[in-house]
Ligand binder design. Sequence first.
Ligand code: PAF
Length: 287
Amino acid sequence: MTDFTVLRTAEQVGKLVVKWRKAGMRIGFVPTMGALHKGHLSLVSLALGETDRVIVSIFVNPAQFDRGDDLESYPGTCDEDLMKLDDAGAHCVFLPSADEIYPEGFSTSVHVSGLTDTLCGKYRPGHFDGVATVCAVLFDIVRPDIAVFGRKDAQQLAVVRRMVDDLRLGVEVLVGEIVREPDGLAMSSRNSNLNPEERVQSAVIHGGLSKASELVAEGVRDADRICDAVREFIGMAPLASIQYLGLVDPETMMHVEKLNAPGLLAVAVYFGNTRLIDNVILKPDRS
Ligand code: PAF
């Protein structure tokens, strides 16, 4: 186990970071909203492999929830999270209050245009403004060399990368691969909200995405044909309700009709009130 500190204010984090920097250390950062699972811990391990000190933030960011009930039902498991992060070798957990991140009078919002118009952005108004704003604030507090984000939130990853480039924030954004349950369901904090029947049926999401990869391997390039097959597969689960399914360019998030270059097939599916997202990169070359 490493030295492990839990800090609650930006000032405390700033002082620690200055001390580490003076000692010539590189700093990695993993922003989270808690309810940690193996997917998050894989991001911590990626950051540990690249840097000398790793800070993880746990902040359930109200600005990125478009539905109040979603915010209320978001799982909170702080004590377990701290134990997991200690075991995983993180050096510091930043656990701010809402006032610490958004002090009275806070009036700024970061909007990344274009690539937030499709997929989740279309159905969750303001969500990516909330994500971009909190990430900008957290990057300013932590001043990391690298920040690690998971590929499961592929549109979030693209938004953060665009913001970092556009605002020249000087943070290298690294991506951690999707970690899955044995039946293929992508790990997510929201999985714990599924009832047993929903949980069993939720495996169709990965099944549908795998079907798409198979079709592409067989030479299918037409987005509609691929999406129809995935819809049919997911439709086999009576409790599944697809919110969106789209094949897009992985950087711009613009829809593509033909797969002439690697494309991101992204899906959001409701099981009851629980909304799950997942994706796969489809590669048209057969090598
Ligand atoms: O992916 C998440 O958990 C959140 O969107 C993030 C990046 C921590 C911002 O609140």
